[in-house]
Design a protein around this ligand. Structure first.
Ligand SMILES: O=C(O)CCC(=O)C(=O)O
Length: 341
């Protein structure tokens, strides 16, 4: 595996997406190296995590008790509270932040959000199996509203291993565990998160494509104040190279994640995650960790993660100071154009 930001291979010349009939997956023409799949105590896995590079970990037993979860078991034991379910007209579930919707006049929500009991979700799922005009994706945090059996499972996750990892990599606090239950072929399009993630596959398989933070200028995220902040604007199936010319140079990594495996997604790494279109229902659980405390002595030159963080802060500051998202680009242009050449 090449070191961070040094992925090999040539940029894309002719952009052709190939549909694989057997799997139902699309293959994209940009170069993708395999993410290594290693036992968690393999020294190479440790080296990769120390250097904030993705790796598929085997043998962690992190969510072992959840490997027995089925929809009927969850229905019987998850409790009667309401859960977030997204509804999309396509298989793509483009995340947006409710709190930023008013920053963009005429913003059209790319998916609908519903709060349903688990039984209602299971009922709706049955009715959606053969539909091609609407898809469902359950995405809710695991909270203490769950019943005793699921609490018991949760307590028996491999917390000792997790806490050891947190200490070893000097991560901050664990913030959330998200439970994701998706229809076959559901896609979370390419985006980055501001936390480290141990992404655990529980049921079904997922195809994941990852891009290092050095791809920021190739993936053209929406502005920070936009509801789709942190998501790429590029449509991988039909990229607009006039608007997004650097996308030709995008290079990444790819892996399949199977039940019992854990994908480490480092903070600020872009990722596209997709349930196998010809597989069954998928279940995944995420463990998101904040980064550790900033070191007293900053090392220069700054790395690509730090540059992403700075870019976000500058954008946020300008947005707050100017109070109008439409003024941000002209001001940034005024600073740069004809001057920093
Ligand atoms: O599994 C998915 O569909 C998306 C998960 C994801 O984006 C994440 O864990 O950061």
């Amino acid at each position: 595996m090449a070191e961070k930001g040094e992925e090999s291979s040539k940029p894309v010349e002719k952009y052709e997406v190939v549909f694989d009939e057997a799997t139902g997956l699309k293959h994209y023409p940009f170069p993708l190296e395999q993410v290594p799949r290693l036992h968690w105590d393999d020294p190479t896995a440790d080296h990769l995590m120390t250097h904030e590079m993705p790796v598929v970990l085997t043998g962690t037993e992190l969510v072992e008790p959840a490997l027995r979860w089925t929809l009927p078991y969850l229905e019987d034991n998850i409790g009667s509270s309401k859960h977030t379910v997204y509804i999309s007209k396509t298989k793509k579930f483009l995340y947006f932040d409710d709190k930023k919707v008013n920053n963009v006049p005429d913003f059209r929500e790319p998916m609908k959000k519903r709060e349903w009991t688990f039984s209602k979700f299971v009922d709706e799922l049955k009715g959606h199996i053969d539909r091609t005009d609407e898809y469902l994706y359950y995405q809710d945090t695991l909270t203490d509203t769950v019943g005793t059996s699921i609490k018991h499972d949760f307590v028996h996750f491999n917390w000792r291993w997790l806490n050891d990892r947190k200490k070893r990599y000097n991560w901050g606090q664990l913030t959330t565990n998200l439970l994701l239950i998706g229809q076959p072929g559901n896609i979370s399009p390419c985006h980055y998160d501001e936390q480290h993630n141990y992404f655990c596959q529980v049921m079904g398989e997922k195809r994941c494509m990852l891009f290092s933070p050095s791809n920021f200028d190739k993936l053209y995220p929406f502005p920070v104040a936009h509801p789709c902040d942190r998501q790429t604007q590029v449509d991988f199936n039909n990229p607009d190279f006039e608007k997004f010319p650097n996308f030709r140079d995008v290079k990444g990594y790819e892996c399949m994640v199977k039940p019992g495996e854990v994908l480490y997604i480092p903070m600020y790494w872009w990722h596209w995650i997709e349930g196998l279109p010809k597989g069954g229902i998928t279940i995944s659980i995420t463990f998101w960790y904040r980064s550790g405390p900033v070191p007293n002595k900053i090392q220069y030159p700054l790395n690509d993660q730090q540059k992403t963080a700075i870019t976000r802060n500058i954008e946020k500051m300008l947005h707050e100071a100017l109070q109008d998202p439409a003024e941000v680009a002209p001001l940034l242009r005024m600073i740069v154009e004809g001057r920093y050449i």
